[in-house]
Structure formats: structure tokens, C-alpha cells
Design a protein around this ligand. Structure first.
Ligand code: PMV
Length: 318
């Protein structure tokens, strides 16, 4: 091919963010309607000061056009070439339409990385196994996030909600139909900063880490069973408890707290911040009958955009 194309979608973490960095399980949801698209081609410009790669980012999620390859992207391309045994070669031109808003806990960095390596694989006419794609995305994630659990890298390539634990994913059993409303607070948060902040607080206070991980694991376990049994209310209350856990750890914001309260007051079964935190999005579990009201109240409380991701019945693996 003269142009390689790759796509990957956003994700939301239902439960288990931050604890998953320490090996605890997490539940995650693909967001198919938010997709990053990358195209890769041979540059006519030849080598320039940027080295072997020129990069342009455009699209709805980046109001300004970014033209510099980040450190993560340079490492990603180098890791791809090393893995494929490609040495040297012509200058690459990568264009990314990043439709996933950054810093919103929606896995934009993982979705962008996955779209780019799939585009490169397509351009070079190479097969990329799922495990190779995962590892390559993780290479970039570890640069961007400091220390990434892998839940984002896994979920941006998944087609159904999953249970993630220590680098492995399995489909989540789901026994009810409901909607997740994802509402953007309009403020970006830094996952790297949030992960570091939590680590420092664990270092300062004896037993804090064990308490946090114990509670997180308990809430994830309960909601996993409740989801499989179709007990949507029970899932909702675990989501709200998890919000409390993250808020107490200093990872929420005033606007996010107001949005969570508004969703609950409007009849949502449960609501929480999702992803790295310090900004980003709220995730609210809602019966279809309440969806309109919950969405309206989320906007009233400051949401700048919302997405609806339906939850479908599926059988999981024990
Ligand atoms: O903010 P996001 O979409 O990058 O999600 C990060 C999830 C964390 O658990 C906070 C970090 C990780 O590596 O799992």
C-alpha cells in the first residue's frame, strides 16, 4: 500500500482505575463511537530536523493542529520497526485524526497509539498479532503515563466490556441491559500526575495503600457479580462508592462532584469519575427511561458533551 490506515476506539473504566496500576482487577468498556483514525505514508519531504518521522494531528479532539511527534510516538515507531525488523527506510508521514478528547480518562493516548501502529502495519504490509499490538501500545503508554497498567491498551482494541487483571483480559458477564452516559467536564486531567499523587499519598501514610486497594478490589468484585446477575441497582451503588474512594484520595474536582450529584439526583443508578481523574469525565449508569433526564442534568451541572454507550447482555468467562 502507499497509504496505511489504522483505527482504534476510546474506552471508559467502569471500576478499578488506579488500583489496577497496583495489580488489582478493573472493569472496562469500549466506546466504539469515539474513534481515532491514523494514516501513514512515505513522506516526500525527506528527512528533516524531526528525524525519521513527521507527524500531524488534526480532528475534532485537537482544536489546534499538532505537528510535532511526541517522545511516546517516536518510541512507538522505533519499537514497531525494531519488532518488524525494519531498518532505516524512507521518512514516514503520519496523520492522526484524534477524535478522542485528550485528558478525559477516555484512553486517548492508547487509542491514538493503536491507530498509528495499525496504520504502520498496514503500510508495511505486516500482520500484527493482538499481543504484539498490545505490547507496542504499552511501550508508548509507559512513556506517557509513567507506569501504565495496560487496561487502556487492552480496551481500545476490545469489542466488548472486559475484566482486566495483570495484563490479561476476559469478557465480562452481563445480565442486564442499561446505558452508560459519559459526560465530559470540559477540563483535562493528567493521568501521570494523578498516578504520582496517589503514589506519594501511599508513601506518606502507613496502611493507606492496603486500605485503598482492599476497598477497590471489594467494589470491583461486587459489581462484577452484580453485573453478571443483572442487578443494575447494585452495580450503580458500587460505582458511586468507587467515586467516593477516588474523591477521598483527592482525584476528583468540584465540577465532577457536582456532575455526579446531578446524575444521581436525576435518577441515575450510580455515577463516578472515570479514568485518571483530576478532571475528565463522569460515567453514570442509567435505565433507558431516565437517560434523557440524567443527560439534561449533567449538562446543567457543567458537562460540555455527553456520549451514550449501551450495555448489552453477554456471557462472561469465570
Ligand atoms: O486517564 P486514562 O484514560 O489514561 O486512564 C488511566 C487509568 C489509570 O488506572 C489511572 C492508569 C492505568 O495505567 O491504568
Amino acid at each position: 500500500h502507499s497509504v496505511g490506515i489504522g483505527r482504534a476506539h476510546a474506552k471508559a473504566i467502569l471500576l478499578g482505575e488506579h488500583a489496577v496500576v497496583y495489580g488489582a482487577p478493573a472493569l472496562a468498556l469500549p466506546i466504539p463511537q469515539l474513534t481515532a483514525t491514523a494514516s501513514a505514508g512515505w513522506s516526500s519531504r525527506g528527512r528533516d530536523a524531526q528525524g525519521e518521522l513527521s507527524f500531524t494531528m488534526t480532528g475534532s479532539a485537537s482544536r489546534t493542529v499538532v505537528t510535532q511527534a511526541s517522545e511516546g510516538l517516536r518510541r512507538l515507531t522505533a519499537a514497531f520497526k525494531a519488532r518488524m525488523g525494519i531498518t532505516g527506510g524512507p521518512h514516514l508521514d503520519v496523520i492522526l485524526d484524534g477524535a478522542v478528547p485528550p485528558g478525559r480518562g477516555l484512553g486517548s493516548s492508547a487509542a491514538n497509539s493503536r491507530a498509528i501502529i495499525l496504520a504502520l502495519a498496514d503500510l508495511f504490509g505486516r500482520e500484527l498479532s493482538e499481543s504484539a499490538a498490545f505490547e507496542l501500545v504499552q511501550t508508548a503508554e509507559n512513556v506517557t503515563h509513567g507506569r501504565a497498567s495496560g487496561v487502556d491498551a487492552m480496551t481500545v482494541g476490545a469489542s466488548a466490556p472486559l475484566l482486566f487483571r495483570q495484563g490479561r483480559a476476559r469478557p465480562l458477564g452481563i445480565g442486564c441491559e442499561a446505558l452508560f452516559i459519559i459526560a465530559d467536564s470540559g477540563t483535562a486531567g493528567s493521568t501521570k500526575e494523578a498516578v504520582e499523587r496517589l503514589r506519594h499519598s501511599f508513601e506518606r501514610e502507613a496502611g493507606a495503600r492496603e486500605r485503598f486497594l482492599g476497598r477497590a478490589t471489594e467494589l470491583v468484585g461486587r459489581s462484577r457479580l452484580a453485573l453478571a446477575d443483572g442487578e443494575a441497582e447494585e452495580v450503580g451503588s458500587q460505582l458511586t462508592h468507587y467515586h467516593e474512594l477516588l474523591r477521598a484520595a483527592g482525584l476528583s474536582t468540584a465540577r465532577i462532584d457536582a456532575m455526579v450529584a446531578a446524575a444521581l439526583a436525576a435518577g441515575s443508578l450510580g455515577a463516578k469519575i472515570t479514568g485518571g481523574g483530576l478532571g475528565g469525565c463522569v460515567l453514570a449508569l442509567t435505565r433507558p427511561e431516565q437517560a434523557r433526564q440524567v443527560t439534561a442534568q449533567l449538562h446543567e451541572a457543567g458537562a460540555v458533551q455527553t456520549w451514550v454507550v449501551p450495555l448489552r447482555r453477554q456471557s462472561g468467562h469465570a
